[in-house]
Design a binder for this molecule. Structure first.
Ligand code: UTP
Length: 408
């Protein structure tokens, strides 16, 4: 792309300020900026927030496999799961491309030390959880770790320095997710410096396409014959990956996917709730939740929409391949975005100052035929580290780790 083409493109999207310092850049800088402009998907700028609630969509409850049902079949599910794990049919995908702005830690979130008396980075905690499955099954689980351009080098180096926390590195593949521009409240793309557009990871919804674009990851999937991918977030320090009981129950159900859920802590808790929409599995966001839906009860007299997702999903790879080319909605998310101001100073804001554009993993679920909703005990499996303090914070996660007898 040459300068004139870039200017034409930017004019079309009202982003001419990007070239403000172009003439001050050296040849390499000019080339780098033009290449950035060429590779950006400007169409995301026309996204207008999360998709409007679909008024015509028919929302129905989707019954969960509850703790008591799971307990009855636990041994059988576990055997099915362990068998699949031993045959290397199950891969684990750690989503670690986010920026963790709420935590305000300037390294990858997985490097955050959740220990008190001992050094316990979140990555180590997660690998130790996965090692429980390795020890029980006698087989390593292929692990794919999604990073972003912003944190890939730090993440890869950290794993290497720590000898992969005892995991066999032949079973680990890192892959980098795509980036998207971020804008101020007037829709103007932020610059990072005079020759560089500020880009952010494009949300966790792009994990499958990014995984499939990585040759090493595809080779690993083919080599081991991986049929299912268990996708989970980096910030839940009680996260159980490749949990044999969950894996076995999902395979046994014949569903194309499974979602771990916890019972809502209180009716207005701000979590996405599993349900059905137009016959497909769906995650209804708290802001779409009407009073009428809140009042509905199931046959046992319990609230009909009562199970929140915890970002731990199991996907059948063949089912994902079928929806790989579908168009996913783009969500606008308000965030703190570091940027260069009009005087050329680099600013790292304390408060949100604009929007990022993100694809979300939950949009994948609704394209699938079905989903097994699998209840887990909140206190045993859900300790997210989202905020510095308060709800879902470092302190609440530490408390829950201790409650579960984990040395920190
Ligand atoms: P969050 O929605 O909590 O986003 O991510 P975040 O960027 O980590 O944190 P905040 O909102 O800025 O504080 C949930 C999971 O999805 C991953 C995160 O790493 C986390 O595991 N994620 C999020 C990605 O892998 N890529 C993204 O672009 C966004």
């Amino acid at each position: 792309m040459n300068k004139i083409q870039a200017e034409e493109l930017l004019e079309k999207y009202g982003q001419q300020h990007i070239m403000k310092y172009y003439e001050e850049l050296d040849d390499m800088g000019k080339e780098a900026l033009l290449s950035q402009i060429e590779n950006i998907d400007f169409s995301v700028l026309s996204a207008h927030g999360a998709p409007e609630p679909d008024k015509d969509g028919v929302i129905e409850p989707l019954e969960a496999l509850k703790l008591q049902d799971i307990a009855k079949e636990k041994d059988r599910y576990k055997e099915i799961g362990l068998d699949a794990i031993r045959k290397c049919k199950i891969g684990a995908v750690l989503l670690a491309g986010g920026q963790g702005t709420r935590l305000g830690f300037d390294k990858p979130k997985g490097m955050f030390n959740i220990g008190e008396k001992i050094e316990l980075p979140i990555f180590k905690r997660l690998i130790l959880n996965l090692m429980d499955v390795v020890n029980e099954s006698g087989s390593y689980v292929p692990l794919f770790i999604m990073t972003s351009e912003k944190n890939n080098d730090d993440t890869v180096a950290f794993f290497k320095e720590n000898d992969y926390f005892g995991y066999d590195s032949d079973y680990i593949t890192f892959f980098v997710q795509d980036m998207a521009p971020s804008v101020d409240y007037n829709g103007k793309i932020y610059m990072e410096d005079k020759g560089r557009i500020s880009l952010s990871p494009n949300g966790n919804g792009g994990w499958f396409s990014s995984l499939m674009n990585n040759k090493e990851a595809v080779a690993m999937i083919n080599k081991f014959g991986v049929e299912w991918l268990n996708v989970f977030s980096v910030d839940n320090v009680l996260q159980k990956m490749a949990d044999p009981v969950f894996v076995g129950a999902t395979i046994d159900s014949g569903c194309a996917s499974g979602a771990k859920v916890v019972k809502k802590a209180y009716p207005d808790e701000k979590v996405g709730v599993m349900c059905k929409k137009n016959g497909h599995p769906y995650i209804i966001e708290y802001y779409e939740f009407t009073d009428e839906l809140k009042r509905q009860k199931d046959a046992q007299g319990e609230p009909a929409y009562n199970y929140g997702v915890i970002l731990n999903y199991l996907f059948n790879v063949k089912a994902l391949e079928k929806i790989a080319d579908a168009e996913f909605p783009v969500h606008i998310v308000e965030k703190k975005i570091p940027y260069m101001d009009d005087n050329g100073n680099y600013i790292s804001p304390d408060e949100p100052n604009g929007y990022k554009f993100e694809g979300l993993i939950l949009d994948m679920i609704m394209l699938l035929e079905d989903c097994l909703v699998f209840e887990v005990e909140r206190e045993k499996e859900f300790a997210p580290v989202k905020n510095k303090e308060g709800v879902d914070s470092i302190d609440t996660a530490r408390e829950l780790l201790k409650k579960n007898g984990i040395e920190i």
